[in-house]
Design a protein around this ligand. Sequence first.
Ligand code: PEP
Ligand code: MG
Length: 773
Amino acid sequence: MKEFNGLALIHAVNDLAELLGRRTTVEEFLQDLVTTVADHLGAEVCSVYLYDVEQDLLVLRATRGLNPFLLGKVRLNRGEGLTGQAFLNNSPVLERDAAASVMNKAIPDLGEDEYPAFLGVPIRRNDLGIGVLTLQYREADSIDPRALRALRTLASHLASTLENVAALYELHEEPSRGVPSKAAPFTSGLLQGTSASRGIALGILEYLDGRVIDRTLPVQRSIEDAIELSARQLQELQHRVDQSLSDVALMIFSSHLLMLRDESFVGRMVDLTLDGSDPREAVESVVADFSRRFAEIPDPRFQEKAQDVQDLGNRIMRNLQALEDKDGDYRGHVVAVQDLFPSELVKLHLQNVEGVVFSGGGATSHVAILAQSLHLPVVGTGDPRLFSIPSGAQVVVDAEDGKVIVAPGREVLETYRRRVRPLLDRSRRSEEEQEKVPSPLTSADGTPLTLLANANLVKDARSACALGAQGIGLYRSEFPFLIRNGFPTEEEQYSVYLRVVESIPGLPVGFRTLDLGGDKLLSSQMGREDNPFLGYRGIRFLLDHQDLFRDQLRAMLRAGQGAEISIQFPMIASLDEFRAAREEVSRSVAALQDEGIPCHSAPQLGVMVELPATIEIARDLAREADFFSIGTNDLIMYMLAADRANHRVAPLYRSVHPGVLRALERLTGEVLAAGRPISVCGATAEDPAMLVFYLGIGITRFSVDAASLFRVSRILQAISLAEAGERARQMLSCSTLEELGGLVCALRERLAPEESLPRRDRSGNPGRGRGPG
Ligand code: PEP
Ligand code: MG
């Protein structure tokens, strides 16, 4: 019997655990673990069984001494065999002659017969069973009396590591991530959720990871060929994206392509295959290793990478098995996914998906805005039954009303079909065929009005141009940053901004500097905050990061050379901040001129009014700012201290509120008295009642999403300034929400009767704080 030293064993195991996450895979770690323990405790066999919660089974994950081909295949119920007993009763089991025990379960081909002496200790963390560590000996006398204590210490020492390992196994084995296999299937009914965009989709449900391949299918080509083919497919996909979404294409696919050149990733797959591994196993183990490492880093950027790795692994595996590349098409399908990242959404859009459901409540605002820009019906739901819907079920994604209907009855389906048809017809019509904003645009009494478009992507600027917008009122510059999850260089930004300017030739473009923070986070750079909406947002962040600010301003100024551009700053809270931002512009102009780089030398500089304090200092700001742009999405949230993504207070978030209306009137009066232009770029500019109010208080300039341009122009044409003035006065005289409600309903009904009923639909949160209140 070998002498053993308990402390040495713990040290040895600690060393192994440290390696986990740095250079060993989970499988390697477990294998090293059982070998180390067996050696230290003088056992012929050491095995680890981990509990699979979803399957409610104990699974053999590593063994030294038993048949390795049965790893993952030996599965025991709780209480089954001696191992199952140790787990069930949460107490060690020691049997000197296992075969003689009534509890024993003989497992064919496992090779236990030669090792009759058995010692098993449960692994638990808090109250949760994680698995069982077992030792087996040829001779009963070989069991060192101290082995039991050593093994128990070890089991408690390793519990949290093994808990993570067990979770990873479940993650890898789950065919459709998040699909609880034991839950009763949800075959028909309604899931309530929150809309991230608008529209309705009908389709067959497919889980995003449901594309995971059948590992048992035969290999048809070499690993090298499969990798090469994967790279070619991605390049083609990137090229296709490039046509329609030039600004986001590169940022999304470049990381995939990069991984396909990475020696530690694909190189390792090739090496494993050369060493004799089955290529499918090689792909699986490298992908599992990489995605685990990424997933373990508590930063959403890396979680996204973990998804990328799995996506890539699936592609290589499909190519190995020469399966049809199904990437091209989700036509007729609705996809369900756990987390929805901007890049995933763009990919799905390119794959012609009809609609998307994701798990969780509200979408982050960038996902919501992207979904809007892509005209994709997207609903988020916190209902866990989402993942119990059998894939292949027919579903309706109703992003007009924030719900998902599974296996709708005939009548419901017909009603939805009738609603979807006009939407589809409209979206299929090319922009040239759609109704356009008339030029010139006037109110009913002939007063000239300006209708601009909000743009998030280059694609939106193109649509805006085709739909007759008089320019871009608000270009949200954060999108390339969010999609890339990092900071693009000055050159990269320049090429995107130039495309925006060129998309709408001869017309003004209003750039907004980076508005990160709140729910638009590059978390690795920005860190977590308890109250992100009251935190490091917008101009605050930029003024603190002068290099980034300068890169962005230089890119905007260069792109604006020879064009009519303006620059507005988000979340301005004081004249001091405005001055500091203006200084940065002057410095950037001077630097570009010094360097002889052509640029716009004197863009109009504006303030976004998004904070209550900004209203109070409007007169001072108006002496120095060239224009004002009211961001009601944020302004209302801050004025009423109500986050509309929080369903408890969402009904409190409303533009038609005496306090909000009076503040807007005061602001507008002061800005106009100072002779400065003022416009509204928040979603309230799409609400008929608010449009009447705005015209009534003197605002004649609006910026709305491209998809709403025509609708808004029609409403504006139907209002005369005299009537608007009268209505605004009435609204301003109301002291209660109730009184206001009556006035507003009548206006909405008159100006947009077809949409006046289900307001809730469209308050339907295109993200946090967006949508008319
Ligand atoms: C706003 O707050 O109204 C606005 C237009 O900015 P964003 O929606 O990008 O926050
Ligand atoms: Mg805002």
